[in-house]
Design a protein around this ligand. Structure first.
Ligand code: GLP
Length: 247
């Protein structure tokens, strides 16, 4: 695992965007695995900036998103479909039919999950997967449990995740209780993984995920087993981690 220490959120965003940008330059028709949440917002905004300056071209890029709330229509402002279009896709020259997000409107769990897995396979897999880190160690919506879930599946969100995501909804009661998410196997099959973490409130889970035992109780800990993982975290997020890292 490569660990890159950033000064702050902005520095983390730039460094992560640089790595994604390098991937697009090296392979213009690459498949990017994308994440939602507050963490990647700065990355998407930096990539948009470089696109506007003419330094990046998304015309041949495809994207696959990790997860989506089950039951939310695309038009809902809290859907991850809406999030991705508002915060990234509508600002760049990516083809709309090259952006794949689990279909939250499909209430049939097996058809929604199979369709997402098939879409990933038909693209030939993910070249670079961007991840954020949940407070309880979740990646995508893979919540802590007794075993690592493999492919795209439906999850019951934990109270911790519902609390954390309530900030995006009018009230806690409005947060969906289920979501579709790529599984650990689908995530681990990516050629490269980039996990971005920021803030003091993520310091404890960062230390547990990357320096603690590999356990499904901390889903992100499985990333220690991937051959090409880069953790880009700011000083605050690394403040409880027991290593000297690259500046
Ligand atoms: C959400 C998403 C995850 C994301 C995580 C952290 O629930 N499903 O993909 O990584 O929470 O979000 P944030 O970056 O806002 O802390």
């Amino acid at each position: 695992m490569i660990i890159i220490k950033a000064k702050d959120y902005q520095d983390m965003s730039r460094k992560a965007a640089n790595m994604i940008s390098a991937q697009i330059i090296m392979k213009p028709d690459c498949v990017l695995g994308l994440a939602t949440g507050s963490t990647p917002l700065g990355i998407y905004s930096q990539l948009t900036d470089w696109f506007r300056k003419g330094d990046l071209d998304f015309a041949k890029v495809s994207t696959v998103n990790l997860d989506e709330y089950r039951g939310l229509p695309r038009e809902s402002k809290q859907s991850y479909y809406y999030f991705m279009h508002e915060n990234f896709f509508r600002h760049i020259n990516i083809r709309k039919d090259s952006t794949i997000i689990p279909n939250g409107r499909d209430m049939n769990i097996s058809s929604a999950c199979e369709a997402h897995e098939q879409a990933i396979q038909s693209l030939g897999g993910v070249d670079l997967q961007l991840l954020g880190l949940g407070y309880n160690g979740h990646i995508g919506f893979n919540e802590p449990g007794e075993a690592f879930e493999k492919e795209t599946h439906c999850v019951d969100l934990t109270p911790c995740t519902i609390d954390a995501n309530a900030r995006f909804f009018a009230s806690r009661e409005d947060v969906p209780t289920q979501a579709y998410t790529m599984g650990i196997k689908s995530i681990m099959q990516a050629g490269k993984i980039l996990i971005a973490v920021s803030g003091e409130d993520k310091a404890e889970i960062t230390a547990r995920a990357f320096w603690g035992p590999v356990t499904p109780k901390v889903p992100a800990s499985i990333l220690q087993m991937h051959p090409d993982v880069t953790l880009i975290a700011d000083e605050a997020a690394l403040s409880l981690s027991p290593v000297t890292v690259k500046q």
